[in-house]
Design a binder for this molecule. Structure first.
Ligand code: KMH
Ligand code: ZN
Length: 278
């Protein structure tokens, strides 16, 4: 029985083929990489939409093609991004929720994102949460700043817009937002309500130090080209699967074992098998 969920963030919205030539863009590339990530120990694949030329898109047809390509190869949990790329409007970001993915992200606040702003107003957050509820999609709360955790808690406890216990991803190290200082993780985890689960996504050089800390703290881990393109300093990863394999090896050192996709479904209460419609 495993005790670790590894999420594979295989394509992102910002990383390019120039950054890492192995970036998967087409449905077949995405499907193949999802399979390799499951084989390496991942139980969730986190997806953004990309056109074959790399342009970010949240087009439902792109997500449908990705989903079908993955399902031909793997039963990994498929988590759609609702963040998309900076500057996209909210309706565009969430149109693919109508495909009823098992999981999708929900960022509970606005932050700097490099020189840009990743905007998530309270009305937008409520709209995304409502659309997720309508389509039976399990949210993963993306926390880039400490106040975003407070907002998620308030949306559960005061507004009833979200239903706990929630699964939270602490995304640390985005330039302009909360840094990858490991002390942030201690604080954030200490603020989680009883029963909530969490993982960490360390950006850039923070990926593996934060992964190691999360493994030691009993949390879960996200890695992938979306967050970091290097296997080690100066060595490009040959895909997200190698980053997943590295976390699985680190996990073994501290007595942790990756969950199967079915174990992860149980742990995250993503129990129901859903297939796309429309
Ligand atoms: N691309 C970022 C602006 C998510 O996937 O939900 C937003 C993001 C968060 O990556
Ligand atoms: Zn993302």
């Amino acid at each position: 029985m495993g005790d670790l969920i590894i999420t594979a963030a295989i394509n992102g919205a910002e990383v390019t083929r120039d950054d890492n030539p192995t970036l998967p863009l087409t449905p077949d590339e995405v499907g193949d990489e999802a399979r390799r990530c499951e084989d390496a120990g991942a139980s969730i694949v986190h997806l953004h939409g990309r056109h074959p030329d790399g342009t970010p898109t949240q087009d439902m047809d792109v997500f449908r093609a990705y989903f079908e390509a993955i399902r031909q190869r793997s039963f990994i949990i498929v988590q759609f991004s609702t963040g998309g790329a900076v500057g996209m409007d909210v309706e565009e970001r969430i149109e693919a929720l109508a495909l009823r993915p098992e999981m999708a992200t929900l960022t509970t606040g606005t932050c700097n994102f490099g020189d840009d702003v990743f905007e998530n107003t309270l009305p937008a957050i409520r709209l995304i949460a409502e659309r997720q509820r309508q389509f039976g999609v399990v949210p993963e709360i993306e926390v880039f700043e400490a106040g975003m955790l407070d907002t998620a808690i308030r949306l559960v406890e005061k507004e009833g817009v979200l239903k706990g216990p929630l699964h939270v991803d602490f995304v640390l190290g985005v330039p302009g937002a909360m840094s990858g200082d490991p002390a942030h993780l201690d604080y954030l985890v200490s603020r989680l309500p009883e029963g909530w689960t969490w993982c960490v996504a360390g950006v850039g050089r923070h990926e593996f130090p934060l992964a190691r800390k999360a493994l030691e703290m009993g949390g879960h881990v996200r890695v992938g080209l979306e967050d970091n393109i290097y296997l080690e300093k100066g060595v490009l990863a040959d895909g997200t699967h190698s980053l997943v394999a590295k976390v699985a090896a680190m996990a073994a050192e501290v007595g942790r074992t990756p969950m199967t996709v079915d174990e992860a479904r149980m742990a995250l209460r993503v129990g129901e098998v859903r297939f796309p419609v429309g």
